[in-house]
Design a protein around this ligand. Structure first.
Ligand SMILES: C[S@@+](CC[C@H](N)C(=O)[O-])C[C@H]1O[C@@H](n2cnc3c(N)ncnc32)[C@H](O)[C@@H]1O
Length: 132
């Protein structure tokens, strides 16, 4: 199973995934170099840097697409960094990076609690345009 965690931050969800499933291999994209460095150190501390890695990448840059397919793409607490127009460009690209049975997950934590958890198969990118 291959996972992409976009905007992984330094407490990346890759850790949770690796703990839940030892078969998982993961890649984190993080635009902030300092944060990416902290994440690398954390993965090493957690003993996960053989299966999980983080690279400094801006997901908004299409030349950043890593190639291959992912079984899960996560965008957790990141969508609000992007304008609506940017999201409309991003979702079809993410869909093209998913395997046939791949899943896309996104959630956003709000001051009043957690809301907006969305998990679904990206059968149609249109489905998601209205959702976010
Ligand atoms: C609020 S944090 C969320 C971190 C983590 N996903 C979580 O939920 O704990 C958002 C992260 O996304 C990163 N980020 C923002 N825009 C990005 C982009 N275009 N490409 C990659 N990472 C981005 C930020 O640097 C930040 O570390």
């Amino acid at each position: 199973m291959r996972i992409l965690d976009i905007g992984c931050g330094n407490r990346t969800y890759l850790r949770v995934a690796a703990e839940a499933n030892p078969q998982v291999n993961g890649l984190g994209f993080e635009v902030n170099e300092k944060v990416a460095q902290e994440t690398k150190q954390n993965l090493e501390e957690w003993g996960m840097n053989d299966k999980m890695r983080v690279i400094v990448r801006d997901i908004q840059n299409p030349s950043a697409d890593p190639g291959g397919e992912f079984d899960l793409i996560g965008l957790y607490n990141v969508i609000y960094y992007f304008e609506v127009e940017e999201r409309l460009l991003l979702f079809p690209r993410l869909r093209s990076m998913l395997s046939d049975c791949g899943l896309f997950g996104s959630h956003n934590e709000c001051a009043v609690g957690r809301e907006g958890f969305i998990l679904g198969k990206l059968e149609s990118s249109d489905k998601f345009h209205g959702g976010l």
